[in-house]
Design a protein around this ligand. Structure first.
Ligand code: UDP
Length: 321
């Protein structure tokens, strides 16, 4: 049966990789991307000439359409702390307002997929974090617009499922990096690579002992593709998706420096309420997605990302007057 699919945030970093996978589907009739290009870029999907793909440059919370969709995948949101902290109310609108609006565009019986975040665990008091951990989020903290709007959207979707039987799929993504991140994204790996290639000075906040579990985008999108549409899975989530090998920020910065001769590390003040650790418990993911693993090492993933960033930075330089 021919399927119509809407992806909000499809011009973004993860969204655009997901678009590539969706366009491989033979049952796909139409793919509408809704994106206001706040953090996404038209360039991320420009390589596709597939006539089934169309782009609506609009805010997800106010997007209107007469069309109804069999599947909606809601990714529209900034994910970098520096971006969402600058515009908290816009972040909340994109996540919560976006989900409320998109629900009205779903066909009866359609499927609604949502990318939530490991940030719902806040400053985690247990490690690794299983999906059953209810978290430790400060609703008045500087990260709250993102954390709480992802939590609220999860609540909206699971409660709509409970009351109305909505077919939902929710993942909680841990730190993800790779090609198509903005050069000015500001998150650790992309910032370190960008800094190494430009100023040569990598800014580590605090002593760099805080750790994250860094997932390479191809591995993460493999899981999304299987969970959202490919493997006929009945489990609805929330499902942790990420790499469960935890690495301190300083180790990542040192590795980037080792790849770019002449670059060095500078320590800056710690970021406010910066979680000290973050690691997914993948027990459920391994059961729901048998055989799936985030297999790319941070060394390989960073080298690939560095190659992509080099091309972006060269392209910007050659465009200078
Ligand atoms: N970080 C850093 N320097 C940077 C960017 C980030 O030291 O230029 C640290 C940040 O303080 C955090 C970790 O790297 O401890 C991951 O930050 P990121 O913004 O990538 O994601 P988060 O997991 O905090 O949302």
């Amino acid at each position: 049966m021919a399927r119509s699919v809407l992806v909000s945030g499809g011009c973004g970093f993860i969204g655009s990789h997901l678009i590539d996978r969706l366009l491989l589907r033979t049952d796909l009739e139409a793919l509408v991307v809704v994106d206001n290009l706040w953090t996404g870029s038209r360039q991320n999907i420009a390589h596709s000439t597939d006539l089934r793909l169309s782009l609506e440059i609009q805010d997800v919370e106010s997007f209107r359409s007469d069309q109804r969709f069999d599947e909606i995948i809601h990714l529209a949101s900034p994910a970098s702390p520096s971006w969402y902290m600058r515009e908290p109310s816009r972040t909340i609108k994109a996540n919560v307002g976006g989900a409320l609006n998109l629900l009205t565009l779903l066909k009866p019986g359609g499927r609604f997929c949502f990318t939530s975040t490991s940030e719902v665990y806040g400053e985690p008091l247990i490690s690794p974090q299983p999906e059953s951990y209810t978290g430790s989020v400060d609703c008045t903290g500087p990260r709250s617009s993102y954390d709480e709007s992802k939590r609220c959207t999860e609540a909206l979707l699971f409660e709509t499922q409970r009351v109305e039987g909505l077919d939902v799929r929710v993942v909680r993504l841990f730190n993800t990096y790779g090609p198509r991140t903005r050069t000015d994204d500001g998150r650790a790996i992309s910032n370190f690579i960008n800094q190494a290639l430009t100023t040569g000075i990598l800014t580590v906040y605090g002593d760099g002992s805080q750790s994250r579990s860094w997932g390479y985008v191809d591995d993460i999108v493999d899981a999304l593709e299987r969970f959202f549409w490919r493997d006929r899975i009945s489990h609805r989530g929330p499902l942790n998706i990420g790499n469960d090998y935890e690495v301190p920020v300083l180790q990542i910065a040192k590795f980037v420096c080792s790849l770019v001769p002449g670059s060095s590390i500078e320590h800056h003040a710690p970021a406010p309420q910066d979680p000290t650790n973050r690691c997914p418990d993948l027990t459920l993911a391994r059961r729901v997605l048998p055989g799936w693993e985030a297999t790319t090492s941070y060394q390989d993933g960073i080298e690939r990302t560095l190659q992509w960033f080099r091309k972006q930075i060269v392209a910007v330089d050659t465009n200078l007057p």
